[in-house]
Design a protein around this ligand. Structure first.
Ligand SMILES: NC(=O)c1ccc[n+]([C@@H]2O[C@H](COP(=O)([O-])OP(=O)(O)OC[C@H]3O[C@@H](n4cnc5c(N)ncnc54)[C@H](O)[C@@H]3O)[C@@H](O)[C@H]2O)c1
Length: 264
């Protein structure tokens, strides 16, 4: 039988914002492909616990940890707990993010009329969250001498820019710039750093768009492949980047977007 190039045997992953949507599916994909353990993070403990049970049902060990990725102290504690439980953390998936209160409300206050305090909601989780979690796992990866994978879920908004989502776009683009720089500084430790840039994907948070027939029809006109993404479309790419098959790929951003950003 051919070798399974996506097998994560012996690897331990931490997935942020994994209590639902894309992050949940990433945790299930990594657990289902033989990861030794998965730290399932969410700011909502009950969500993380549910997903950790699902990961365990696939035969992988899992630890649910409630932590807000914007809080460096909580992040450090989470990484320490995960490392104690599983011995190491080899794969970090920065997935936690937010697009604001209700993504189906297309009319927003122009960013130039919003206060910098309102910008913080976007910058906090989408940028500082990535800086916090990445900084927290790197020392262990370097000391472990076993390489590592840093994967950040950004948005096509951060890759090509999106009207009405300027601050969110800035936060996601910032995270991508950070990943590219980290790829340069840590390559010599066999640590890779990449991003996956996604477009509208069917998750509970996006239901106001994806499950609204009229709005969905309008939005889908911008997609070459006329359907929204599924969490598994994203998780497939993350699994590949986490695997040995992607060991010579670093500093890149991969669009997983149904052709959204070149069809406009
Ligand atoms: N779904 C889409 O259409 C879409 C499009 C572009 C980019 N993205 C990005 O993909 C990622 C996942 O999106 P989703 O739609 O699955 O999100 P979601 O809102 O459905 O789920 C996010 C999860 O993260 C958790 N979370 C939020 N803030 C957190 C924090 N500070 N610390 C820890 N956990 C936190 C939430 O409790 C939730 O369970 C995000 O980074 C998002 O910006 C999503």
């Amino acid at each position: 039988m051919a070798e399974d190039i996506l097998d994560l045997k012996g690897r331990v992953a931490l997935v942020t914002g994994a209590g639902q949507g894309v992050g949940r599916q990433i945790a299930l994909h990594l657990g289902g492909h033989g990861a030794e353990g998965v730290v399932v993070n969410d700011v909502r403990l009950e969500r993380a616990e549910e997903v950790a049970k699902e990961v365990q049902a696939l035969g992988s060990r899992a630890l649910a940890v409630a932590a807000d990725v914007t809080d460096r102290e909580s992040v450090d504690e989470m990484v320490a707990r995960g490392s104690r439980e599983f011995g190491t953390i080899d794969v970090l998936v920065n997935n936690a993010g937010n697009m604001g209160a209700d993504p189906s409300k297309l009319e927003r206050k122009p960013f130039w009329d919003a206060s910098p305090a309102a910008w913080d909601a976007f910058l906090g989780v989408n940028l500082y969250g990535v800086l916090n979690c990445t900084s927290a796992v790197i020392p262990g990866m370097i000391e472990g001498h076993a390489g590592g994978r840093l994967i950040t879920v950004i948005s096509d908004a951060g890759r090509v820019g999106e009207a009405n989502l300027e601050i969110y776009s800035a936060a996601k683009a910032g995270a991508a710039g950070f990943m590219r720089a980290v790829a340069r500084s840590l390559g010599r430790h066999d640590i890779t750093a990449n991003c996956v840039a996604i477009a509208t994907t069917r998750t509970p948070t996006m239901a106001g768009v994806t499950e609204n027939e009229e709005l969905a029809k309008r939005v889908l006109k911008n997609y070459t492949i006329r359907r929204f993404g599924e969490p598994s479309d994203v998780a497939n790419m993350v699994l590949f980047l986490a695997s040995e098959a992607a060991s010579w790929i670093t500093g890149q951003t991969y669009p997983v977007n149904g052709g959204f950003s070149f069809s406009m």
